[in-house]
Design a protein around this ligand. Structure first.
Ligand code: SAH
Ligand code: SF4
Length: 375
């Protein structure tokens, strides 16, 4: 099989070019074509000699994940079902905010941790994503956004199934999102990012490159349940902001809700968070899914405040998104607001996550690459 050039970091691409007997600046040109101009056809890389383009074509490919299905929600959230080269599927979700888009990315096909409230967890782990597959999601999304800006209904016309054209043709969605740039990334899709650290690290390093995707570190957040030994490594890398999925204020309750993740004992996790390196004014985001009647009363809120007293934290409350296959109920809205108010009244910053894309199962925890549902 040919090499996928999207799997090379910048320095690997330089080595690859010197292996072909080319000067290092070729890597710079190629990198710009691949990541900034999103060109997949060597034939159109016009500042590269014809001879080199032919040689590239013989040894390498530029392979993006294939868009199998695009679904747009009433609120403008767009979910992409993507097929990978080996036939596996992942999902990625583009979320319109006030002045930009945020992309919610997957890092694995499925997830080994099987948290009891999460649709991805029910799939089990199939495999890790490569760097090209992680960053390929951004290329697909940027192409789609470029299509919106040019006033088309979508970016990947040839890849669309017929029903999407109708879903996306609603001018209303276009009007809401035209002109917004994709500027924020959250690794909150399928999979546990820190269990695929090597590929994630390469991806994060590559996407900061100013001649490539050019994302600022401050606009990237990685969400993790916490993996022993990995938080300090992630922190030391300084490559993105940290969000930790806590979901319970005690070890017992956490072990019930997320049995495998809770093998990283809560006291040890909190000790690592207290020692985590942060910039002045920076905080760790603590994610807390509110499960109706399970972890959402004021006693839990008080315990959470106590637990986090040594951590520079802000809490993001996420009302559970129910689905027929998951054994929980959505929380009562009054309890959610009371929970939020208690945290704030004790000086712990808290926000309620506005859920987007629920009508197309694109909200947090609902991703599971459900190909069968298309048929
Ligand atoms: N594995 C990582 C990242 C992916 S999950 C992690 O768990 O942090 C991203 C977020 O979605 C997590 O905070 C997760 O707890 C939340 N989530 C999962 N299932 C959910 C559901 N059904 N409703 C609401 N949030 C959910
Ligand atoms: Fe995996 Fe995160 Fe889902 Fe838990 S919540 S099963 S860690 S994706």
């Amino acid at each position: 099989m040919k090499l996928n050039l999207l799997d090379f970091t910048y320095s690997e691409l330089e080595q690859f070019c010197s292996g072909l007997g080319e000067a290092p600046f070729r890597a710079r040109q190629l990198w710009q074509w691949l990541w900034q101009k999103r060109e997949r056809d060597f034939g159109r890389m016009t500042n590269i000699s014809k001879e080199l383009r032919e040689r590239l074509g013989q040894t390498a490919d530029v392979l993006w994940p294939e868009v199998v299905h695009v679904q747009a929600s009433r609120d403008g959230t767009t979910k992409f079902l993507l097929a990978l080269a080996d036939g596996q599927h992942i999902e990625t979700v583009l979320i319109p905010e006030k002045d930009h888009f945020t992309l919610c990315l997957s890092t694995q096909v499925g997830c080994a941790l099987g948290c009891t409230f999460c649709a991805t967890g029910r799939m089990g782990l199939v495999r890790n994503l490569t760097m090209a597959e992680i960053l390929g999601q951004i290329l697909v999304a940027r192409e789609h956004v470029a299509g919106l800006t040019q006033g088309q209904t979508q970016g990947q016309t040839q890849d669309q199934t017929p029903d999407q054209t109708q879903e996306l043709a609603t001018g209303q969605i276009l009007g809401q999102t035209q002109g917004l740039a994709l500027r924020n990334l959250v690794f909150m899709g399928m999979g546990e990012p820190l269990l695929n650290w090597e590929n994630l690290r390469r991806a994060l390093e590559s996407l900061h490159h100013p001649l490539g995707l050019d994302f600022s570190k401050r606009r990237i957040t990685v969400s993790t349940v916490g993996v022993p030994g990995m938080l300090s490594e992630f922190g030391a890398s300084g490559l993105a902001s940290l969000a930790v999925s806590l979901h319970a204020p005690t070890q017992d309750l956490r072990a019930r809700i997320m049995p495998r993740a809770a093998r990283f004992v809560l006291d040890d996790l909190i000790a690592e968070l207290a020692a985590y390196p942060l910039q002045p004014r920076q905080k760790i985001t603590i994610e807390y899914v509110l499960l109706g009647g399970v972890n959402d009363d004021l006693g839990h809120a008080r315990e959470l405040v106590r637990l986090l007293n040594k951590v520079k934290a802000k809490v993001n409350l996420i009302p559970f998104h129910p689905s027929s296959e998951l054994p929980y109920a959505a929380p009562d809205m009054n309890r959610v607001l009371a929970f939020e108010n208690l945290l704030k009244s004790k000086g712990l910053p808290a926000t309620l996550r506005k859920s987007k894309g629920q009508d197309i199962s694109a909200a947090c925890g609902q991703l599971r690459a459900d190909v069968a549902a298309l048929e």
